[in-house]
Design a protein around this ligand. Sequence first.
Ligand code: MG
Length: 158
Amino acid sequence: MRIGIGYDVHKMVEGRPLVLGGVNIPHEKGLLGHSDADVLVHALMDALLGAAGEGDIGKHFPDNDIKYRGISSLALLVKVKEILHGKGFMILNIDSVIVAQQPKMAPHIGKMISCLSETLDISAGRINVKATSTEGLGFTGTGDGIAAYAVAMLGHVR
Ligand code: MG
């Protein structure tokens, strides 16, 4: 078995959609980035690539490459899944935390899990998504950004 960790931060700005875990979340601000800036999926991809000994998303999907501009992070997650399968890995479980003051994540977490489960072809029971605020402290507390952490455990397909 192999374990990996991922962490990502994106800035919150007006005029961008808020996409987390592949789900569009109604909010007056969204995350700024080269892709759709889905900070949860980015942290998750880094955890999966890390567990597979495959570097990070910057290595596989450079943000100065025009073909990744505005791309759905779920499309990149499919590519990560293919890298794992190519190396004979299966995902045993994923745990994650979204760090944001606003909006409330609880109503959206079930949908995020379904979306990730479908994209990765693993059962929803292998995926956990949590959310926390930082009680107004720091860049997440002020709403200037959203952070996400993820860990993933991989096993070898027999
Ligand atoms: Mg990112």
